[in-house]
Design a protein around this ligand. Structure first.
Ligand SMILES: [Zn+2]
Length: 283
């Protein structure tokens, strides 16, 4: 039943960002995904780094069973999150990895802001984070078939909701909270994260679960959620298989030409076009 995930090539492994890239710009997708330039072209930002620190800190909060700790304790978790980002980048065999674009933004200001937001959130929820149901921090899921496909990534936490249902949660930080909410993907993200987590939910004996977004600046907003039955997972499995197979059948490059699309505006554009034509039969 268990299969070696590493046997599935990069071209057949998809995260949420890969689907978003494809919808945004076909060329950008192929450069980031098939040529593996995603982390090299990532620009990073102070806001993204605040979000990473907070997301890692809440995972650490659960992993270290910090329930009931006073608010003064939280900076330890932000500090540990910072250390993890630095260590992951240092330990990566490649100069470009998941967090590498964020290193320049790990400034005292950014860390101070993350501390401030974490503390304010904690005070607003009166220190009552729900209990975690899983220690896993990385998820992957194999779509079986003639050529197996892999989904990877996943939510920040899986928590015990108040009504007894598990909550699959992704925490979000946006500099402008309301504008950020307007950009949220409440279509693919809930489906993908729920499918990724579903084997764990089944092993815990759950038949239903809620996907929920929580906003670091606005803990009261519980309006971004969707309930799923575990019985609907075969449909989600088929949905993503179909979606990926359609992407992999693409045989023609197209370009969004938007001014902020890095691959479309790169001086290396022609070089990448040639590479993609030669390696993947794209025209
Ligand atoms: Zn583009």
């Amino acid at each position: 039943m268990f299969m070696a995930f590493d046997d599935i090539p990069r071209t057949h492994s998809f995260s949420l960002g890969d689907f978003h890239d494809f919808d945004f710009c076909v060329f950008r997708f192929f450069v980031n995904h098939h040529l593996g330039k995603k982390y090299e072209l990532a620009e990073g930002s102070a806001n993204q780094t605040v979000g990473s620190l907070l997301d890692l800190a809440v995972k650490k909060f659960h992993l270290s069973h910090s329930y009931g700790q006073p608010v003064e304790y939280l900076p330890n978790l932000i500090k540990a999150a910072e250390a993890e980002i630095r260590q992951k980048v240092q330990n990566s065999p490649s100069p470009y990895s998941f967090f590498s674009a964020q290193i320049p933004f790990l400034t005292p200001e950014v860390i101070g802001l993350a501390n401030e937001i974490f503390k304010t959130y904690y005070q607003k929820i009166e220190g009552k984070f729900h209990k975690s149901l899983s220690n896993k921090t990385f998820w992957s899921y194999v779509l079986q078939g003639e050529k197996p496909l892999k989904l990877w990534g996943g939510p920040d936490t899986v928590e015990q909701g108040e009504g007894g249902l598990p909550e699959v949660i992704d925490y979000k930080y946006h500099e402008d909270s309301e504008a950020g909410k307007g950009r949220m993907d409440m279509d693919l993200m809930p489906k993908l994260y729920m499918l990724l987590v579903s084997p764990e939910l089944v092993s815990l004996g759950f038949e239903k679960a809620v996907f929920k977004l929580k906003f670091w600046q606005d803990p009261e907003d519980e309006s971004f959620y969707e309930e799923f039955g575990i019985s609907s997972m075969p449909n989600l499995d088929a949905f993503f298989k179909d979606k990926i197979e359609r992407i992999l059948r693409t045989d023609e490059l197209s370009f969004c030409e938007k001014p902020f699309c890095k691959p479309c505006n790169s001086p290396r554009r022609e070089e990448w076009v040639k590479e993609l034509q030669a390696q993947f039969n794209l025209s």
